[in-house]
Write a protein that binds this ligand. Structure first.
Ligand code: MN
Length: 405
């Protein structure tokens, strides 16, 4: 029986997990005896499509179906196989901002279990599905909340991105006159329409800038009145010396590129102060961030600095967290955000991503960065909020004393 590692190989190859020790993708869901999960997500990206995902061996085999499923046995729906996805992806519903990779709204359109139609004697459901997919013809029955009855996936073209057709078999659930994708317009999970999901502000994340797709109008500028759900960097306030009182943590300021990292299990965007996505120039870092999102099963937005580490290797120095899954953290005090950041990064074997050092002795750190030739340190007050686009006394930047002083 193929192991999960080989099942996820394409997913991992695309995302370059070679620098991590932990299994790529989210941990396998416990196998409920005899019940394999399926989910169909409606995804309004640059082109509307439906993502069909079938559980097998702890991952979700995935196809992008531009027209979605049909109950009409005469319809043959193109289904382009894409890389396996972690099981945790099944519950994702929300909006990715336009300009981001896969930008658009995702709805959980149907979910349930499925079973192969023709298991051989002694064969488990998973064995039969595996055999059908290998042979290029899988007949199976959906036990969904919207979809029921027998369907088939038939491979028509191999290669790295196999093309399949999704067909409805003639049975009691077939309905030649119906177009179920036009009848069923709401989320099976929340009852919301695509417009309602898109309008749900707390689940929206977006950078303040166009992420780089040509022809898109620029998104909101920093400091707009409704900036509550807009993620823009909090600039540090220049200071001349260490803070006199209050509880603070300190970290080196390396003089690198200040970015916000928008990360899902699909993609990472590293948006610099001018709104450019520099992820393409930091592909190893971007891949490791995506791997982290896949392994933790949650998307996030981090504040950090792209700079060379002490060994001269490029790295992402994480310094703050603005969104953790669906939890907005910007109004929270730094002590809360720091706990969330530590939770996200703890016990993870990381290569190009650096955790913030828990430094509370600012004077010692200032001496250290001065010896190392770094430009200074950043100080965050433990009770301070993250204020996008606005300098406050909760985040200050202190220059290192000149080494010859
Ligand atoms: Mn999709």
């Amino acid at each position: 029986m193929p192991r999960k590692s080989s099942q996820l190989s394409e997913y991992r190859r695309k995302r370059d997990f070679r620098k991590t020790a932990e299994p790529a993708g989210a941990p396998a869901a416990p196998q409920r005896a005899g019940h394999l999960a399926f989910v169909i997500q409606k995804h309004a990206a640059s082109h509307l499509h439906y993502d069909l995902r079938l559980e097998l061996d702890g991952v979700m085999k995935s196809w992008a179906v531009p027209k979605g499923p049909s109950l009409n046995p005469a319809h043959k729906r193109l289904a382009m196989q894409v890389e396996d996805h972690p099981v945790e992806y099944n519950t994702f519903e929300g909006t990715i901002p336009r300009g981001e990779y896969g930008g658009g709204t995702v709805m959980v359109w149907d979910r349930g279990t499925y079973r192969p139609d023709e298991p051989m004697q002694g064969e488990s459901d998973a064995d039969a599905v595996r055999r059908g997919l290998r042979a290029g013809k899988l007949s199976f029955t959906f036990h969904g909340e919207r979809l029921r009855g027998s369907f088939a996936l038939v491979r028509t073209d191999g290669g790295p991105k196999p093309k399949w057709l999704l067909l409805k078999h003639r049975d009691a659930d077939a309905a030649a006159g119906r177009e179920i994708t036009e009848e069923v317009l709401t989320s099976v999970a929340t009852g919301r329409t695509m417009d309602e999901i898109a309008a749900e502000r707390d689940r929206v994340w977006r950078s303040n800038r166009d992420g780089g797709e040509g022809g898109e109008e620029p998104a909101d500028a920093p400091g707009t009145p409704d900036a509550g759900d807009v993620f823009v960097p909090m600039p540090p306030a220049p200071a001349t010396g260490l803070p006199a009182d209050g509880d603070w943590t300190f970290q080196p300021w390396r003089g690198g590129v200040h970015v916000l990292a928008f990360v899902t299990a699909d993609a990472a965007h590293l948006i610099d102060a001018s709104g450019r996505d520099v992820a393409g120039r930091h592909a190893d870092i971007a891949r490791e961030l995506v791997s982290l999102a896949a392994r933790t099963g949650r998307h996030f937005v981090l504040d950090g600095e792209l700079a060379d580490d002490d060994g001269g290797e490029p790295a992402f120095f994480a310094s703050d967290i603005l969104l953790d899954g669906d939890r907005p953290l910007m109004p929270e005090p730094w002590r809360e955000r720091r706990a969330a950041l530590q939770s996200l990064l703890r016990r993870r074997r990381l290569d190009r991503i650096r955790r913030p050092e828990p430094v509370t002795d600012g004077a010692a750190l200032l001496r250290r960065v001065s010896r190392a030739g770094l430009p200074g340190i950043l100080a965050r007050r433990l009770d301070g909020a993250y204020t996008p686009g606005a300098r406050t006394d909760a985040l200050i930047r202190i220059p290192a004393p000149r080494r010859d002083a």
